[in-house]
Ligand binder design. Structure first.
Ligand code: SAM
Length: 327
């Protein structure tokens, strides 16, 4: 485990402007209606945020303005933790190269990279949800709606680098292997994939954090999501045919005990957990929560726990691997 080292040169990218309107869908997230109609416990009444409705997708975080702001903060937190590197593998992009960002969200990683690289590199972002796509972008950056589980057929052997960051709350155990095969198919021979995922979070001995870890285990299991995907990635990568598999781990201090860095980390990740409120309450609370207020107060208590329990961290994992041959 590499200790967290502050990186002084991290840039603070300007806010990405997206096409988000103010209309909220509210109620059940589209893919949650399945849990309710299967005869599970009744949903808990609450004010729901806006969620994706891509057919079959299990993704459990919202896609509204609040989430857009959180993704900006998250980019800053993560980039600082990994030393400001946007490209992790040993690779120098050249004019004419193509780069793909799977599950691009607001496209902040892609736009940040495009601003540093040649305008003759082609940058593509794909996501199941277009609400967060930026409206202002350079001509060599394009965004499209689609799933990383089935990338367009015409993208065979095209990309020098594929980035995929934080799909832990999106991909099921059967989807992870498929996604990595798809990514490999779209890479040129010698091209690289880089993945970043959360590994562990919260106060080691905190009551609110401990209970929350149990709740998330239930939620992820109910959605067939892989909560320990970071640990499984090297195996998934090798199974998908990748070589040269590398893993880096980082510990990011979380909570006000660690100053601004800790406050930003806390706000981002507690923001993630607040965003999971609707799937949790729609599933009836998994026996851990019975009202919206109770859930909200839990998140506040957990944030305070992170503030007061020195040593609280969020641990992340970066993996990168290479497509060694064409087939
Ligand atoms: C936590 S956000 C991270 C966004 C971006 N990668 C970043 O790091 O800023 C996860 C994103 O993955 C997208 N997503 C979820 N499931 C997906 C899938 N099967 N294919 C493509 N995108 C997906 C979500 O819509 C969301 O924008």
């Amino acid at each position: 485990m590499q200790p967290y080292k502050p990186f002084p040169e991290v840039r603070h990218p300007t806010m990405v402007q997206t096409a988000l309107g103010h209309s909220e869908r509210g109620g059940l997230a589209a893919n949650d209606s399945e849990a309710v109609s299967n005869g599970g416990p009744p949903p808990i009444q609450h004010r729901a945020r806006t969620y994706q409705a891509f057919p079959g997708a299990q993704y459990i975080l919202p896609c509204d303005e609040e989430e857009q702001a959180r993704l900006e903060l998250q980019h800053r937190v993560l980039q600082r933790a990994i030393g400001g590197r946007l490209v992790i593998p040993p690779l120098t992009l050249q004019p004419g190269d193509h780069v793909l960002d799977c599950g691009t969200g607001s496209g902040i990683w892609l736009l940040d990279l495009a601003s540093q690289e040649s305008p003759d590199i082609v940058f593509r972002g794909i996501d199941i949800e277009s609400r967060l796509f930026p409206v202002v972008k350079p001509p060599n950056v394009t965004f499209s709606v689609g799933t990383t589980t089935q990338l367009p057929a015409e993208w065979d052997n095209q990309f020098k680098l594929v980035n995929q960051r934080l799909l832990i709350a999106a991909l099921t155990s059967s989807e992870w292997p498929r996604v990595l095969k798809e990514v490999r198919r779209t890479l040129v021979s010698g091209g690289w994939v880089q993945l970043l995922e959360a590994k562990r979070w919260g106060a080691e001995d905190g009551q609110w954090s401990a209970k929350h870890r149990k709740l998330l285990n239930e939620l992820f299991a109910a959605k067939r999501l892989v909560i320990d995907c970071s640990v499984q990635l090297p195996h998934f990568l090798k199974e998908a045919g990748f070589g040269n598999v590398h893993v880096e781990e980082y510990r990011i201090p979380a909570g006000s005990w660690a100053g601004t860095v800790g406050i930003e980390t806390r706000d981002n990740f507690i923001g993630v957990f607040r965003g999971m409120k609707t799937p949790i309450l729609n599933a009836g609370g998994f026996g851990y929560v019975t009202t919206e207020d109770e859930y909200d107060q839990w998140m506040t208590n957990m944030a305070e726990e992170w503030d007061t329990m020195e040593g609280t961290t969020v641990d992340i994992c970066v993996c990168f691997a290479q497509k060694m041959s064409q087939e």
